[in-house]
Design a protein around this ligand. Structure first.
Ligand code: ZN
Length: 493
């Protein structure tokens, strides 16, 4: 038996294979939930059938176990290279812990094909040393990831020659491979003054801020309003934070439990969650990679992060569809109808981390889960998050309804409650927020001054281009709209 690949997965495999005729390393990009495991399983299986040696590298014990389970299911024999597992070096396919693999590089020898999972970590020393070593020895490399960039937005071109991209999250939702979703951001955390370490928030400080009783109480309150009784996974900053969240949910009468990679009763907890005995599972981002649990109906985001990768993995968890039986899952209509008729017609995302909120409004600016993202091996054209990145103006990608807290793509009407935005685009309240921000930040003032000099739409577009914006036209239109509204307010007084 082998993997029955979905058509778009088969396309990625073919394209990857074609590229490997010309180059030694390919980065295969598949959105979270698009079926990365199917790709690695298929490639491992077919390579071993041609008597090739394959190593599949991952960096967490649960991923090793999960991959082994998948390979068992489809009958691919394998050995495991990881501390705590009995190895079988005679198998053509090896599932390896990357940590262990680095220590035993010579023990097994270079494979014909090396598949590092979660390959956006490729820049980390351990990962890079294995890839470099195997490359020198002539191995072909196929990296798998949902987010082909490093935390600072730099690309992975140093380790991969070419990139092959699977379909976008938006396409997967449209086709019924992923669940549609509704996103709400009912509260914004106050993260002022929290320092960054290694490109992301200082965890200790973040834990204190996010774990405060008032903040957590608010989370419970909004779950009750927006998602009462629906199976939720909370993504927290730390174990301590997660336990605090569990406690408050329990105090409010909900059945909640903390889970992490070391929970001895992990399988039991998951089972209890699946059959409804537990309503809320709370965790740290530890389980955000490769944790496959379609039963999750609600993602509660409690971990502010600058990592787009981490953000997309967390929301990706909740987009796994649950199909009602009796539909033809080989057609788009069948899949879409099966989701609509199932227990989870749409996923709910409750963002208390401001990860989805635009940077100019104090959020992380990761946008909507299914925004189109133009990945390249060179990384983002503009490293919007490096250096003084906090002050960079990004094009407006999301809009939040002041009435129901729904976050959605910019448009004149809230997609949740139908609230109509004032005609010129942004609410008075939002603009006042902007003005206070300007006063606080001299650098921003300078940029705004530069911006104010650009009078016409063309001037603004030129400035947008000069600033390296992804969508200079959209940005310019937004600036003009805001300006017009300000003018109106002035005259109204
Ligand atoms: Zn609304």
């Amino acid at each position: 038996m082998s993997f029955a690949l979905r058509p778009y997965q088969a396309d990625v495999v073919t394209e990857t294979r074609d590229n490997l005729r010309d180059v030694q390393s390919v980065l295969a990009v598949m959105a979270t939930g698009g079926g990365k495991t199917a790709l690695s399983g298929y490639m491992s299986g077919s390579a071993s059938k041609r008597n090739k040696r394959v190593i599949f590298g991952c960096h967490r014990k649960e991923l090793i176990k999960q991959t082994a389970k998948t390979f068992d299911k489809v009958g691919i024999p394998y050995g495991i290279i990881a501390a705590g597992f009995t190895g079988d070096r005679h198998q053509l396919v090896q599932i390896a812990s990357i940590e262990t693999l680095r220590r035993r590089l010579d023990w097994y020898g270079a494979p014909d094909l090396y598949i590092p999972d979660e390959a956006h970590h490729a820049g980390a020393a351990t990962w890079a040393s294995i890839i470099d070593s195997y490359k020198q020895k002539g191995s072909r490399i196929v990296g798998l990831t949902a987010t082909p960039e490093r935390l600072d937005g730099t690309g992975l071109g140093k380790w991969f020659d070419r990139m092959v991209s699977g379909p976008s999250t938006a396409w997967l939702i449209d086709q019924g491979y992923l669940s549609p979703y509704r996103l709400f951001a009912p509260s914004m955390p106050d993260l002022s003054g929290i320092k960054k370490i290694g490109g992301d928030f200082n965890r200790g400080e973040l834990e204190k801020r996010m774990g405060g009783a008032a903040v957590v109480g608010d989370v419970v309150k909004h779950y009750r309003t927006l998602a009462h009784g629906r199976k939720a996974m909370a993504f927290c900053v730390s174990i301590k934070h997660s336990l605090a969240v569990v406690e408050q949910f329990q105090n409010a009468g909900y059945r909640a439990a903390h889970i992490d990679g070391d929970s001895p009763n992990r399988d039991e907890l998951i089972k209890a969650f699946e059959d409804g005995r537990i309503e809320i599972l709370s965790s740290v981002d530890l389980v955000s990679e490769g944790f496959d649990l379609p039963a999750i109906e609600v993602a509660i985001l409690l971990r502010p992060t600058h990592s787009l990768s981490l953000f997309l993995q967390q929301v990706g968890r909740v987009l796994r569809p649950v199909y009602a039986p009796g539909f033809d899952l080989n057609t788009q209509e069948g899949r879409v109808a099966a989701i609509a008729a199932g227990p989870k017609p749409y996923a709910l995302i409750l963002d208390h981390s401001a990860n989805t909120i635009d940077r100019e409004k104090g959020g992380r600016g990761h946008g909507m889960p299914d925004d189109e993202r133009n990945w390249t091996l060179a990384g983002r054209e503009k490293k919007a998050r490096s250096g003084s990145g906090e002050d960079e103006e990004a094009a407006v990608t999301t809009r939040q309804c002041p009435n129901c807290f729904r976050v959605h793509k910019p448009g004149p009407v809230c997609t949740g409650c139908g609230f109509e935005y004032p005609s010129m685009g942004r609410t008075v309240k939002e603009l006042e927020g902007d003005l206070q921000e300007v006063e606080r930040n001299a650098a921003t003032v300078e940029r705004k001054r530069e911006q104010a000099k650009a009078q016409s739409l063309d001037d603004l577009v030129a400035l947008g281009k000069q600033r390296g914006m992804k969508n200079p036209h959209g940005w310019a239109r937004n600036v003009l709209a805001a300006r017009n509204q300000k003018t109106q307010r002035r005259y109204a007084r």
